[in-house]
Design a protein around this ligand. Structure first.
Ligand SMILES: NC(=O)c1ccc[n+]([C@@H]2O[C@H](COP(=O)([O-])OP(=O)(O)OC[C@H]3O[C@@H](n4cnc5c(N)ncnc54)[C@H](O)[C@@H]3O)[C@@H](O)[C@H]2O)c1
Length: 278
């Protein structure tokens, strides 16, 4: 039996219209799963529906307090169980020094990244229990859950919070056979982190030196990790993370110079993260 055949399995992907969520949705569809996608943007929802005509695409805002129960009703009606929950929605929202964030902005970043994820997970656990043992939750965090990032402090705190939640929930759900893991991407080319906008042309010459494996990520890189984590190949894997990062976390401050020499004292230009007006 092919462990990466998801025929008969139902997968819910939040934010499956573009980017990493779309890459994950495409991969599960290719592997035979029944797709349910929650997507806020009507155009993106229409595009993913056109690509996967048998998928159930719900146009909704996962931050809306009523959405998790609504989606649970859809999953119940379509399949009566949920095999895989992919909590993908997240956004840095405001790239600003911590001292410049208002209280409302802090709340917005927290709810966009961890608040909605907790509510969605709570709503789906009864349906994941129906598919257990063997069902699983995959939370998309970030490499910033495992290292610091300037001007995205609250985003990084929320992502680190999800990593902690992943570990503790994994313990609670292990006895019933539901696994919980996270995928932590480094910079991945998506509409949220559009590399052609983020990296000015003059800075692109040595892009292959910044990440040990010589390139930035694509949504397909995360999709590969998601398929593995959801599959029986990972049946003894829970409460942990896969860093989908081309080796960036291992490298920490080490990069290669244009001539291929390794250094931890590089002279580089910025990538656009700066205090407004600076
Ligand atoms: N792209 C990266 O470099 C990167 C790096 C680390 C972590 N991540 C994480 O990966 C996840 C996906 O990131 P991405 O870059 O693919 O994002 P993206 O913004 O390109 O795509 C997100 C998708 O979710 C949808 N969406 C946004 N808010 C929603 C809401 N409230 N309700 C329903 N749908 C909503 C968007 O319309 C879009 O289709 C996020 O959690 C992000 O924090 C991304």
């Amino acid at each position: 039996m092919n462990p990466l055949d998801f025929t008969g399995k139902t997968v819910l992907v939040t934010g499956g219209g573009v980017g990493i969520g779309r890459g994950i949705a495409d991969a599960f569809a290719d592997a035979g799963a029944n797709l349910i996608i929650a997507e806020i943007d009507a155009e993106r929802a229409a595009a993913v529906q056109a690509a996967h005509p048998t998928a159930t695409v719900i146009t909704c805002d996962v931050l809306d307090r009523a959405t998790p129960a609504r989606l649970a009703d859809v999953v119940q009606e379509k399949a009566g169980k949920l095999d895989i929950l992919v909590n993908n929605v997240g956004h840095f929202v405001h790239a600003l020094p911590f001292s410049m964030l208002s209280g409302d902005q802090v709340d917005e970043i927290l709810d966009t990244n961890i608040g909605q994820l907790l509510r969605m997970t709570a709503a789906m656990i009864p349906l994941l229990r129906e598919a257990a043992p063997g069902s699983s939750i995959i939370n998309v965090t970030s490499i910033e859950a495992y290292r610091g990032i300037p001007y995205c402090t609250v985003y990084a705190a929320a992502k680190a919070g999800i990593a902690g939640f992943t570990k503790s929930l994994a313990l609670e759900l292990a006895p019933v056979g539901i696994r919980v893991n996270d995928i932590a991407p480094e910079t991945t080319d998506t509409p949220q982190v559009a590399l052609d906008i983020m990296i000015p042309p003059e800075n692109r010459a040595n892009m292959d030196k910044w990440i040990p494996l010589g390139r930035f990520g694509t949504p397909a890189d995360c999709a590969g990790a998601a398929l593995y984590l959801a599959s029986p190949l990972a049946s003894w894997v829970t409460g942990t993370a896969i860093h989908v990062d081309g080796g960036a976390l291992a490298a920490a401050g080490w990069i290669q110079t244009p001539t291929g020499e390794w250094t931890n004292v590089p002279m580089v230009s910025g990538n656009g993260l700066k205090i407004p007006g600076q």
